[in-house]
Design a protein around this ligand. Sequence first.
Ligand SMILES: *Cc1c(COP(=O)(O)O)cnc(C)c1O
Length: 418
Amino acid sequence: MPGGVSSPVRSFRSVGGEPFFVVSGKGARVRDADGRSYIDYVMSYGPHLFGHQPPFLNRALARAIRRGTSYGAPTEAEVRLAERVTRLVPSVEMVRFVNSGTEATMSAARLARAATGRKRIVKTEGGYHGHADLFLVSAGSGVATLAIADSPGVPAEVVEQTVVVPYNDARALEDAFRRLAGEIAAVILEPLAANMGVVAPAAGYLEAARDLTRRHGALLIFDEVISGFRLAAGGAQEISGVLPDLTTLGKILGGGLPVGAYGGPRALMESVAPSGPVYQAGTLSGNPLAMAAGIAMLQEIERHPPYEDLERKAAHLERLLAERIDALGLAGKVCLARAGSLLTLFFAPGPMTDFASVKRSDTKRYAAFFHAMRERGVFLPPAQFEAWFVSTAHTEADLRRTAKAAGESLEAAFRDLH
Ligand SMILES: *Cc1c(COP(=O)(O)O)cnc(C)c1O
């Protein structure tokens, strides 16, 4: 396996060293092959809103597996999950299930191009939308860390159709529309950026994107693969009140199983095959186990909304970390960015508003911090430009232990590296 991993961000390449192999996860913890236990803030990069193996999820999966794993024919579970998604996500009337976030965004872009008869897709700098060719320009997440502006193997002719604008810059978006009048099929953005570390949308930014796309006959795609079901049951669009034309989902939607989805108004989604001509398919799409996990997650979210608990816990963690930072006199050297249960400790002064500002971070110092945290039993993303995920399974004791470890690790990172 290249790099020993199935996805590059899992290697510790950007922080140095070798990844540990996980043998199990339970609640807020993962255990590695050497028997060490970690408080986990990676949480599979988002799916585990309730921590690892919440009992309701295990029960749903155990029930589902007794009936079989895949048929190549529709099942009731898809209908039940589609009902929940369309009920919860404000702009989604009709939904297509796929197997990953990458498939969701790639398919949404195809649909947008088909619906508008235009080619160009506008994305934001540092925005990550999976690894399809057209999005591999100025992408965040693992791509930001590895500093691949553009991957070999992606034809120039493909990325020529992608236009990159800075995040939170409505003026730049307006300029793009002026420059490329009548050519832009869609603007895709994370309504809460979380793949360059956490960067919240500026006041009015999402509204401006909505207004510009509407005025210029382009579609607005909200990539809610991370933000969907995370900040609210209806995602970032519920909180902002700004409704996109198309929404992409993943991560929490599959509760740790491979699921993605894209959806929008019926009139648009009816263009997807077999209702319409826009082709998109998948042997395992709507997989019964994955659907069972999704139903269980959304049912839990509806019956016991976790958002107050998550906000309280993440705010508490933020406060505890801020106290340590202040006590060490590091307030001008690091900054905390948080939105609900997503949090990033940047090794640069804030505020963080776009890719240019987060790129000022001292990634060497983050690497030292990461390793010091790992030695103290806290598993953080092995890269500066990622979010930490707080789950309902994290206890007050976990948060206090994390803050204590962070104080010591910050001290070590700033002592050992000058
Ligand atoms: C994770 C992510 C993706 C890609 O999803 P995969 O399931 O990894 O293919 C796309 N968009 C956003 C915003 C993501 O966070």
